[in-house]
Design a protein around this ligand. Structure first.
Ligand code: G3P
Length: 214
């Protein structure tokens, strides 16, 4: 499973790039707004930090407008992936963009039906949102089950669209993504820091450190 980082914060991306395990970056309007900077400037800087797919989301609207913005964003760098919201206008836009070789990531996916339509339109990636589905259904397995179902549906028809497990709130989501067979998990910086921690690892390190001092 490839690991992407889900942030527009350049300091987080810079630090994460030193780990040697990050293959891409996803952003969204909320993450960009948190930085208080123009999306083009932020995305351009991100392309200098990570050599992999960089998702930049267009403003939701009519297909024609999203397509126009997508072509503008795609000019920034060959690694740019256009994030498109899961609407019928978005599906129309993906159908056009995929025919022009522009990579797309259909976001805000919460069902197999949506994932199948995104794949049929030629989406490069689809982003099922685990955390928001868990929250909405009050079921900590809802996101996991969705990933499993999309994986099965895609494998039934040898669909090449890659599944990006998104809206990851904690390490369990990352583990569920791997167990479900997601191609990618896009993970917030703070969750990466949680993933590396385990109380028995800390205990073992403490024992080894004490032994090294003897
Ligand atoms: O960036 C897409 C997705 O990972 C956002 O998730 O629910 O934490 O806003 P969320």
């Amino acid at each position: 499973m490839k690991l992407f980082i889900d942030t527009a914060n350049l300091a987080e991306i810079k630090t994460a790039s030193t780990w040697g395990i990050i293959s891409g970056v996803t952003t969204n309007p909320s993450l960009i707004a948190k930085e208080g900077r123009n999306i083009v400037d932020v995305i351009k800087e991100i392309t200098t930090l990570i050599d992999g797919p960089i998702s930049a989301e267009v403003q939701e609207g009519l297909a024609e407008a999203m397509i126009e913005t997508a072509f503008d964003y795609a000019k920034m760098h060959s690694n740019i992936v256009i994030k498109i919201p899961m609407t019928m206008e978005g599906i129309k836009a993906v159908s056009v963009l995929s025919k022009h070789g522009i990579k797309t990531n259909v976001t805000l996916c919460f069902s197999v039906s949506q994932a199948m339509m995104a794949a049929k339109a030629g989406a490069t990636f689809v982003s099922p949102f685990m955390g928001r589905l868990d929250d909405a259904t009050n079921n900590p397995e809802a996101g996991y089950e969705l990933l499993q179902d999309i994986r099965l549906a895609y494998d039934n028809y040898h669909i090449q669209t890659e599944i990006i497990a998104a809206s990851i709130r904690h390490p369990l989501h990352a583990e569920q993504a791997a167990l479900a067979g997601a191609d990618i998990a896009t993970i917030p910086y703070k969750v990466f820091l949680q993933m590396i921690e385990h109380p028995l690892t800390a205990k073992g390190l403490d024992i080894f450190r004490k032994a090294e001092k003897q």
